[in-house]
Design a protein around this ligand. Sequence first.
Ligand code: F6R
Length: 612
Amino acid sequence: MCGIVGYLGFQDPKKVIVEGLKRLEYRGYDSAGIAVIHDNKIKTVRAEGKLKALEDKLATENFNGHLGIGHTRWATHGAPVEKNAHPHRVGEISIVHNGIIENYLDIKRELLDRGAKINSDTDSELVAHLINEEVLKTQNLFQAVQKTLGRLVGAFSIVVIWEKSPDELVAFKDGPPLIVGLGDKENFIISDVQAALQYTKNYVYLEDREIVHIQNKEVRYFSADAKPIEKKVNHLNWGTEQIEKMGFKHFMLKEIYEQPRAVAAAIQPHLNPETHQIEIKNLNFKSSSKEVFNKIERILFVACGTSYYAALVGKYLIEKTSRVPVDVDVASEFRYRQPIIQKNTLVVTISQSGETADTLAALRLAKDLNTHTLSITNVPQSSIDREAEGHLYMNSGVEVGVASTKAFTSTLALLNLLALEIAKARGHLTVAAENQAVKNLLAVPSQLETVLAFDKYFSEAAEKLKEFKGFLYLGRGVSYPIAMEGALKLKELAYLHAEGYAAGEMKHGPLALIDSRMAIVVVAPTDDLIEKTVSNLQEAKARGGKIISIGTGENEALKSMSEYYLSLPVADWMTNPLIATVPLQLMAYHLADSLGLDVDQPRNLAKSVTVE
Ligand code: F6R
């Protein structure tokens, strides 16, 4: 969490840093701040709340210079108020920090004993004190930072400037991402490439316990013990349209509408449109993917939030098609319960950002247990992507809206492919079945277009939802995790209580909740469980439940019992989850928007959860 921008170059650092922070606001929006060296003095401006408050303050400031740091905060230590906003200035030092210093209490005690005056409630300020003490002794910023690192325990990334050296930035990463953007006569240190995408396409990804030292135009890399290291420069082919709204009211809406293209981009590299066969490309396992898929005796998905619900869909898809047992774990639970991973388990981590701290820790645990690992990520070169053995890419393009949308459907498309590829490797997929499955997948982008064309009905349905105080989202089989994802979208965007339930579980408790103010949103595309779902709905209807249903075509049985019926195009059971997701996304979007809520940046959330 938290977004960091450091800049050294020929442009006004205020402008570059604020632009960068705008791209990083998805990482936190509790407060923001900027520090720039102007005429050999550090000028700091900080503001509580969203970046707009900082921009308003900066409008009356005239300083410029060519070096600065900025930060957008998701509060961990200390309330989201101005005194806790970054950058933190201590003596000659200013610092921005992302992450957590676990031994902050020891450091604080020590600093207080030495008579330090501590102004904020943050752990970050304490780091600034330590570096300032060192720089006063050594008169060398690099040495001061390097020496301080040995004192810090936790997961953190920092960028530091020193008033006496207006051409120098030092940064260190041990946990949250930190990337160096290499421009033409200007350089950037950023939490995510989006922050510098309009200036450069060349990036160096810092690994844990690496330091970058930028002095004038020279960029050098070091290990934590100050040994010089060589780093690879990565060229990224993303256009700036990825980070613009392109005429949509919100990024989230744009990203929902991008799904036909995003899903096509996820599957196309792995499908042969002529033979209608699957060839998953560049998985990059140490042995051949056929060998891995043949040998595995169990698959274990580990993920968080929306990615976890995608993993649950993966369980249904893989078990049914390839008969390999699949378990799914929430990453924050997995990492602390001493999980049992037998030989020949494939651990699959799913993460849009590729940076979620719990998922990354779960991946590292799986690697320590010597098992095959596969990551499904949207951000190439993210920590999870770099550390996993095998790789699959969502190829969705940048997802800016804090609520995940296109990454979810792209992941579902990849899980279709993975299920089929594993089934094929194990002899469970005939050529005819493979051909049909590929045709089904290739049809998804146009089916998504069809669903999107019904947006006005989803917006009308959202108006209906306003009448209710609580929401049960129901589904069976592969639609059950989709119901859970729909409930999550409503919770996080509209701040309404919603629960995703297996439709067959209603009579084991939730039926007691049914009254005229409880809406039942059911995901019921036509598949081999549809009749069972309809029976479950009868039970709810008989008790006064109000039903909003999503079904295939004109499903009269569903329609007759529903207050509102939303129709999906005919699709296969494996691809139904992709198209059934869209109405749920759009209903939550429209409801939140009509309530005047900030759909792109829901309260208390951040997109990339780099703290556990
Ligand atoms: C919900 C949402 C979150 C993320 C979760 C995991 O809309 O976006 O629940 O899915 O924080 O994030 P990633 O996929 O980046 O690991």
